[in-house]
Structures are given as C-alpha cells and as structure tokens.
Design a protein around this ligand. Structure first.
Ligand code: ADP
Length: 504
C-alpha cells in the first residue's frame, strides 16, 4: 500500500479521499488555490501545498505543477477525485510517466471512453446496446437532416467531447435542425475546444440508470448494482438513489453484465460507471462511461456496504478484489441530495457569500459529505455543490422520511441553497411513488420552485429569523432570507467559463 497520496481536488471530494487515505494509514497531501487557503480539505490533510491563484486554470487544472508537488512531497500516487483532471488522459499518462500511480483507469481506457462517439463504437463492438444514432460527427446540416429523418423526431444533438450537459440540443422539428446544429457546435467548441457533434434519437420518458463497476489489475471486473439518477435539471443530476425503484434482480443482473462487458472492452481498471437510459418498455441503452469516482458514489457504498474510495486506492496499489459477483446484493435504500449554493426560487442563480451559520443533520442513517464549515466563503470560481446529504434506511419510504427529517435539521445561513427545493421534491407524490423519468423534474419546476403556503419549514425559518432580529436589535424586523449577495451579469460569465472547464 502507498505511504502517501496526493489529492488533486478540492471541496467535499478532496475531504472524502483524505478520509479514505487516513483510514488506510496513508498520509494525504492536499493541493489548494489561494481562494482555498482556509478550506477544510487543507486543514484535514497531513500536508498542503498552494498551487496558484483561484481560477482553476491557474491551479487545480495545472497537471504538471501538481505532479511536481507529488514528487517533491514524496507522494507515490495521485487521486484526481471527479471533475478537474480526473478524465484527462494526458494527465493520467503524465502521472504514469513521472513514475507515480494514477488512482483511476489507465490513460488508454480514459481515451477509449473519452469521446462519446468513440465510446459508442466501442460499446457496439462489445455487443452493448446504444441509443439509435450516429457514431461519427455530423458533417453538415444536410447530413444531420437525412439521419434525423431516418429515425424520426425528436432528436438530440450531442457534443462528442461532451460532459455536464454541455453542447446538447433537443430538436423537435426539421425546421429547427440547422440552427440547433450551429448552436451545439459553437457551444461544444467553446466548452471543449472541439466542435464535433453527433445525433441520437431523443427518448421520451426514460430513466437514467447507471451501473457502478469495480475492476482490479488482475482481470476481475465486478458490478455493484445500479443508481437511479432521473431527477435532473438541465441534464444535471440533483437527487440520486440506490437501488432504482424499477430495477428487478433480473434486470440488475442484465444491466450489470452489460456494464462489465463495456468495461472489459475498454481495458478498464479501478472504479467507473456505465450510464444507461432505461426505457419505459424495459429496454436499456448505453449512454457513456464515466472513468472516475462519481459524485453519487455514496448511495452505492451504503447499500453495498463497501468503501469505494478505499477500494480505488487498494486496486491502484495492485490489490486483488476479494469479492465475487454474489457479494453484491443491495441492502436497504440510500438517497443523496446535492446541496448547492443556488437559489431555486430565482432560476437557480448561484449565490455567493460567507456561511454565517451551519448546523449539520445527524442521527441514525445520516451521512454528510461536505466541504464547507462556519465561515466558509462561497465564491464563483468553483462548482456550486457545497455538500451531499446522504441517508440509508431499510426501505424506500423510510429513506425518504429520513431524508426529509435530515433536510429539516440542516441549517445553512449566509448563502441561498437548494435545501428547501429538495424538501419540496421529496414531498411530491410522484417522487414518493418513484414514478419519474429524466423529463419529470423540468416538467414540475414551476410547481417545485414557487413556495407554497403550506411550506411549513420556510415559514418557520422566516419566523425564526424575525425572532432573531428582534432579539439582536431590540426591535422586530422581518427578513425572509438570510443575507446573501447574488451573482451579477459578469458573475454569470465566470460561471460559463467554469463550466467550460468541465467543472459544471
Ligand atoms: P453529459 O456527459 O453531458 O452529462 P450524457 O450523455 O451523460 O451527457 O447525458 C446527460 C443526460 O441527458 C442524461 O442523463 C439524460 O437525462 C439526457 N439524455 C442523454 N441522451 C439522451 C437521449 N438520447 N434521449 C433523451 N435524453 C437523453
């Protein structure tokens, strides 16, 4: 096993990896930008090195500088977390060439799955079903029209280099195709430096169901069941659960075997995820493989009773997986809510400021994977995800009840957050019955973002704020929301830039 590992990330995932290291008796080296000098991941690590100014292009994305720090501090391996450098094949290769271990798949596997079109070709050759569409970038609007016509509208234009929902356009009619193609190509070029766009059939009402894969260096490839991630806004996940309310043991086995086949075809090692769309008729189609640990990995950890990040480190150190496929049957139900510094009642506008008060939920079955604390400054340089609240309970209804209870315990003051939105989401009868598709959340957005009169928690918060104001100043002043400064127009451009770096 390694003695020392460098963690090339920030926020909750950096802390998550540091915790895994410490439990395995590994020293953790943190890197940080000037904006993160007082961040929890810096304090919790055994050593920390400042690598540059706040913009990630001058800090967390500087692969060569990070490798240099790893060598200087005597780290033997680099864990990239998710986002930033985690899916850059050149970085995985550079780490290897520097004589260090990349805690993730080989650079060749990242490359094979890096482009959506290449991944589709690989999947097809491995006998894995893909969404009907092309495996080559579109040449022009005429070609796009002919292909779209052949499998019928609506279609989805997608950036080959895509990620984070960028460079995607739904086209419902032939007349919209040419301009949508131009827009998708421009967005792809901006975000990924590559304007290759291809086309897929746009499926109506499917679920996003993904399969966790874990592979060692000795040819063992196992799957750890599925996660349901259908609750999405702008193609971005907001709530995830394991297992999926609609996946039977037989379907789990079939989807799992398919994911293992895709992973084997790519020469995959370490933890990875095959994403599928599960259609209303039970057919499933490969979307892409994420060649890293995912944000939503904790729900799998809880139902499978395994520490995925520790296994990432153990597999990277050459350990053999001591499990067989039968070891992995989900126990109970786990749900994760992504707590972001966004204001749902204001178009999910990013909110900035200082966290003036933080009270964390606790009690049975509650897990908080966060990167914030009292006094944390929330700016616009990085992703607005502050933390993940995760619960585990014996059944889905009990897990929902537990999550609602935990969300009610959670207090974050100083910035707007998605907390109340999550509460309303989990109170919705469709979510409670598990009757959702990838289009569900967008279709119910207005209903979910307009605070209803019966919204007890919001009212209680307002009353509490009024009482607090009364106590402090000796007079009653009513404040509905905690102090927060809102993003401005130029802040939006920063966000766009951040997303273009693949951090969205
Ligand atoms: P990205 O890498 O940008 O996240 P994905 O290919 O993973 O893109 O897709 C993100 C989300 O977009 C999916 O979870 C799903 O909700 C939606 N999506 C992708 N492909 C299709 C499709 N062919 N039909 C309908 N929805 C789709």
């Amino acid at each position: 096993m390694f003695d020392k590992v460098l963690v090339a990330n920030r926020g909750e995932i950096a802390l998550r990896v540091i915790r895994a290291c410490q439990e395995l008796g590994i020293k953790a080296v943190a890197v940080y930008s000037e904006a993160d000098a007082r961040a929890p991941h810096v304090r919790e690590a055994d050593e920390a090195v400042c690598i540059g100014p706040p913009p990630s292009s001058q800090s967390y994305l500087l692969g060569d500088r990070i490798i240099e720090v790893a060598k200087r501090t005597g780290a033997q391996a680099i864990h990239p977390g998710y986002g930033f450098l985690s899916e850059r094949a050149w970085f995985a290769r550079a780490v290897r060439e520097a004589g260090l271990v990349f805690v993730g798949p080989p650079a060749e596997a990242i490359e094979a799955m890096g482009s959506k079109t290449a991944a589709r070709q690989l999947a097809i050759s491995a006998g894995v079903p893909v969404v009907p569409g092309t495996t080559e970038p579109l040449r022009d609007a005429e070609e796009a029209a002919a292909i779209a016509e052949s499998f019928g509208y609506p279609v989805l234009l997608k950036a080959a280099a895509g990620g984070g929902g960028k460079g995607m356009r739904i086209v419902r009619e032939p007349s919209e195709l040419a301009s949508a193609l131009g827009a998708a190509q421009r967005e792809a070029l901006n975000a990924f430096g590559d304007d290759a766009v291809y086309v897929e059939k746009y499926l109506d009402g499917p679920r996003h169901v993904e399969v966790q894969v874990l592979a060692d260096q000795h040819g063992n490839v196992l799957h750890l069941g599925e996660r349901e991630c259908s609750l999405q806004r702008r193609h971005q996940k907001m709530v995830e659960e394991a297992p999926s309310p609609v996946v039977t043991p037989a379907l789990r086995a079939r989807m799992g075997e398919t994911a293992v086949a895709a992973a084997r075809a790519a020469g995959y090692v370490n933890a990875g995820t095959c994403e599928f769309l599960l259609d209303t008729d039970g057919a499933f189609y490969f979307l892409e493989m994420n060649t890293r640990i995912q944000v939503e990995h904790p729900v799998t950890e809880l139902v499978m009773g395994i520490d995925l990040v520790q296994w990432q480190l153990r597999v990277a150190a050459g350990e053999r997986l001591p499990f067989d496929q039968k070891s992995f049957t989900p126990r109970g139900w786990a749900i994760e809510c992504r707590i972001t510094s966004e204001d749902p009642s204001n178009g999910f506008l990013p909110s900035t400021g200082r966290i003036t008060h933080l009270h964390l939920p606790s009690g049975p079955g509650v897990r908080w994977d966060g990167g914030i604390e009292d006094g944390s400054e929330i700016g616009l340089h990085y992703d607005p995800m502050l933390a993940k609240l995760i619960v585990h309970a014996p059944t889905r209804p009990l897990a929902i009840a537990r999550m609602r209870r935990a969300l009610r315990e959670l207090v974050i003051e100083g910035v707007e957050t998605s907390r109340d939105f999550h509460l309303r989401l989990l109170e919705h009868p469709d979510v409670q019955s598990g009757d959702m598709s990838i289009q569900w959340l967008e279709a119910h957005l207005t209903e979910l973002t307009s605070a209803s009169a019966s919204d007890e928690t919001v009212q209680l918060a307002a009353i509490a704020a009024a009482l607090a104001a009364h106590d402090d100043r000796g007079q009653a002043t009513v404040s509905n929301s905690p102090a927060s400064s809102r993003a401005t127009g130029s802040a939006w451009r920063d966000i766009a830039r951040r997303e273009s770096l693949g951090l969205g």
